[in-house]
Design a binder for this molecule. Structure first.
Ligand code: KE4
Length: 430
């Protein structure tokens, strides 16, 4: 897989395999999509990761999204260090939670009130429970290829034909928890219309990634977004934007700000916690006030709004607010996208380069990727060889064709050009 020296990494991972399932604490890191063994990392600094064998990589995973400011940002570190010295958890309200809540509410158009939680999974699970509690209805629509965390009711197999009631997609998930989940095709307006015509009165909500990162980068069509907002409003269902990945990434106000479309509920994660375990869900006051103890929809968490995580999140959002990186990210990401596409073109390799802001994917696919049906036809074996060729040249892309890559504000034009040069070498040999 790689001619680099991974001896320390290999030894550590061998031990990890004895200690943790698959040697990892999340399957996304297990390199299942590219083959070979994960690389054990020692530290991050700016745009770089350093592995335990001392090798440096230009990092385009960014911890799967959070590290928009780059690793170990001095002002985020200072905020965390100051918070730690005051204690790590009180189980009582703190001013830091007010500060972060205010920053979120000010930034995200749909959010008038917010609840802080500990992971994106917790945020989406809570948002769905709230949609059901608020509407008094049971059914939820999700889309094949969108990932919203390991929420039982969302771990459903993609319906290959028309809308199908979700069948469990993991052992341990019961039919009872998935029977009220309908799985549709992303960007399929006709199917959405038909499903609402048939089930509209029983639909509590629709949840989607407004820009998909979890099948690789897939954009919503304007018609799809319009139909989502129109149909949910018409039928009294809640439109839930899962902005765990896109929040503060594609724009400071997320995809909803970029598209000028206001959902009823929003989930946030990743960047909002500055790389610490923090996520959130929020929406209109009249909906959020249904959450315990203001309302009756139960949701709780020992470490929710934790002082250290809120310090990292608030420091991150304040930096994004005071010096928005989005134009810099757009320039560098567009340069990277053009360079990768030109390199694949020069190598005569069928590909689709799909991007929104600093989220992008180079699909090894000869057709535009608009949903899971098209995404799943990508040449994942070729992607695996591409990934390892880049590793040998000190460039760390996502370890799956079905993940978005991320550019940080620390990546320089020189880094982008170095990445393009490495990709050109690898693609020429694929
Ligand atoms: P977490 O529970 O992993 O914090 O968030 C779940 C989640 C929810 N919604 C969206 C849109 C997400 O992208 C995620 C998590 N994303 C994956 C990467 N594609 C996390 C990586 C991992 O599971 O290790």
């Amino acid at each position: 897989m790689s001619a680099l020296d991974h001896s320390h990494s290999h030894a550590l991972f061998a031990r990890a395999l004895e200690l943790m399932p698959g040697g990892v604490n999340s399957p996304a890191r297990a390199f299942g999509g590219v083959g070979g063994e994960p690389i054990v990392m020692a530290r991050g600094e700016g745009q770089y990761l350093f592995d335990v064998d001392g090798q440096r990589y230009l990092d385009y995973i960014g911890s799967w999204g959070p590290m928009i400011l780059g690793h170990a940002h001095p002002e985020v570190r200072a905020a965390v260090h100051a918070a730690v010295d005051r204690g790590t958890s009180f189980g009582a309200p703190t001013a830091a939670e007010n500060e972060l809540a205010e920053l979120i509410i000010e930034a995200v158009p749909s959010v008038e009130k917010v609840r802080l939680v500990n992971s994106g999974t917790e945020a989406t699970m809570s948002a769905i429970r709230l949609a059901r509690g608020y509407t008094g209805r049971d059914r939820i629509i999700k889309f094949a290829g969108c990932y919203h965390g390991h929420v039982d009711s969302l771990l459903v197999a993609a319906g290959s034909a028309a809308a199908t009631l979700g069948a469990p997609d993991s052992p341990g998930v019961t039919r009872g928890t998935t029977q009220d989940t309908l799985v549709l095709r992303y960007n399929d307006v006709e199917q959405l219309e038909a499903t609402f015509a048939q089930h509209g009165a029983t639909l509590a909500g629709v949840i989607l990634e407004p820009v998909v990162g979890n099948m690789g980068l897939v954009k919503p069509s304007d018609a799809f977004l319009e139909a989502l907002r129109r149909l949910t409003t018409k039928h009294g269902s809640l439109l839930i934007f899962d902005e765990v990945m896109t929040g503060f990434r594609v724009a400071f106000g997320g995809a909803q700000a970029l598209f000028g479309l206001t959902p009823d509920l929003t989930t946030l994660g990743k960047i909002v916690g500055g790389g610490l375990p923090l996520a959130a869900y929020g929406g209109r006051r009249e909906i959020m006030d249904q959450v315990l103890p203001a309302g009756k929809v139960f949701q709780a968490g020992t470490l929710s709004g934790n002082p250290i995580a809120t310090a990292a999140g608030a420091a991150t959002l304040k930096l994004l607010k005071s010096d928005p990186p989005y134009s810099r990210l757009e320039e560098n990401s567009a340069r990277l996208a053009a360079g990768l596409s030109a390199a694949a073109q020069a190598a005569g390799i069928p590909h689709q380069l799909q991007r929104v802001g600093s989220m992008l994917t180079l699909f090894f696919n000869d057709a535009p990727v608009t949903n899971w049906d098209t995404a799943s036809k990508s040449n994942t074996a070729r992607y695996g060889r591409f990934f390892w060729g880049l590793i040998e040249r000190g460039v760390y892309f996502p370890c799956s064709q079905y993940e978005a890559m991320f550019v940080s504000d620390k990546h320089t034009r020189e880094d982008i050009d170095q990445t393009i040069a490495a990709a050109r070498e690898v693609l020429a040999r694929l």
